[in-house]
Design a protein around this ligand. Structure first.
Ligand SMILES: Nc1ncnc2c1ncn2[C@@H]1O[C@H](COP(=O)(O)OP(=O)(O)OP(=O)(O)O)[C@@H](O)[C@H]1O
Ligand SMILES: [Mg+2]
Length: 359
């Protein structure tokens, strides 16, 4: 591993003193964490830890990992990260074992786990987020517009000091923002699952991971739709199902904002929409329609390739207005996706219109 990466990893893990109480951390360390938490001036404030203490602590944790005996063999630093993110959930008996990594994504890695006794489930999927510094979500402010900031319990943050820390982007503030992102994904799954949408059932969330229904069987996790060739009848049926979900989401105040065939799982004829950290309420975001249209367009692109005839602009407008949302006439170039031909066409059209208006 590159040296800087290791140093960044260490830096990211400065919250080691506040690790969840897991069975492989000594009582002495737990007492230390507890007494530091008591002294903290703000709720959830993270005391500064000297680099040398952090390194010693991480070394101790890395050694402790052996006692977890997960079936999945993680690298040393991934192991520390897993322990920090899932340790509390193991102790809460949500997870009995980590079996394999299903996929390491740019924002998170998803693991197939054996459900713990608290769940009665054979398998569970754990989405473990990358340390905040390595996350690369571009233009995340676009999706944050109109969204509340949530704490680890999914409650709206009302504490002025916490808002101040987030606005100033202090270390503590960035940590709160990271947690808010995760809480949004979990709450969106909860709300949409309760509404009857095709999403994995969410079970539990922590400061760096969420647990949800695992889609697949013992040996094979469900593939994503983009990797599949469908016959035309099946494609039409699934397309209708995705549209039904889009409508349900709008009716329950959510735009997915990163929807495509890559974020839909397929298993035994059914689909599950996944990956919701950036979902937002349609009415509160001035770019809501453009982002929604991008979702619809990407979905249509896949289904057109599978023989379905559809017109993304018409579908997006129809769903949007049928749910009582207005079509915003202004086009904001900085929010358009330069990879999307449709967005580029929209931009060219706007430029032509403004040129002829100024003649
Ligand atoms: N509930 C689940 N059951 C089975 N597999 C899942 C589940 N959730 C996610 N996965 C797998 O993990 C992958 C990554 O999940 P997700 O899209 O939520 O994370 P991500 O960090 O955004 O990843 P990516 O950058 O690849 O989009 C999915 O493409 C899918 O293969
Ligand atoms: Mg994804």
């Amino acid at each position: 591993m590159h040296r800087n990466t290791v140093i960044d990893d260490l830096d990211e893990l400065q919250g080691a003193a506040r690790l969840p109480r897991v069975k492989n951390i000594s009582h002495q360390e737990q007492r230390l964490a507890h007494s530091q938490a008591k002294r903290s001036p703000h709720p959830g404030h993270k005391p500064k830890v000297k680099a040398v203490e952090v390194q010693a602590e991480i070394a101790a944790q890395a050694d402790d990992q052996g006692r977890f005996e997960f079936t999945y063999t993680a690298s040393r630093y991934e192991g520390v990260w897993l322990l920090e993110s899932l340790g509390g959930m193991v102790e809460e008996r949500w997870i009995a074992d980590v079996l394999r990594m299903i996929k390491g994504g740019k924002e998170a890695s998803v693991y197939q786990c054996r459900g713990g006794p608290a769940t009665g489930l054979e398998w569970i999927a754990a989405k473990v987020y990358r340390p905040r510094r390595f996350r690369q979500l571009k233009n995340d402010h676009i999706y944050k517009e109109g969204r509340d900031r949530l704490d680890i319990g999914g409650h709206v943050i009302n504490d002025d000091r916490m808002h101040h820390a987030m606005n100033k982007r202090t270390g503590y503030g960035l940590e709160l923002l990271h947690t808010s992102w995760i809480a949004h994904e979990f709450k969106t799954l909860q709300d949409l699952h309760a509404a009857g949408a095709d999403v994995p059932e969410p079970y539990a969330s922590g400061h760096n991971a969420i647990l949800m229904e695992y889609i697949g069987d013992e040996d094979t996790p469900a593939p994503t739709l983009n990797s599949l060739e469908l016959d035309r009848g099946e494609a039409r049926r699934l397309f209708e199902r995705v549209l039904h979900n889009l409508e349900l989401m709008l009716a329950h105040g959510r735009v997915h904002a990163d929807l495509s065939a890559y974020n839909i799982l397929y298993w035994q004829g059914e689909i599950w929409l996944i990956d919701f950290p950036q979902a937002f309420p349609p009415e509160a975001n001035k770019n809501g329609f453009q982002i929604f249209r991008r979702d619809v367009t990407r979905i249509c692109e896949y289904f057109i390739s599978q023989g379905v005839r559809c017109k993304p602009q018409k579908i997006a407008e129809g769903l949007w207005t049928a749910n009582g949302f207005r079509l915003a006439p202004e086009i904001q170039p900085q929010y358009l996706d330069d990879q999307s031909e449709q967005d580029r066409a929209l931009w060219r059209k706007a430029q032509t219109a403004s040129k002829s208006a100024s003649r």
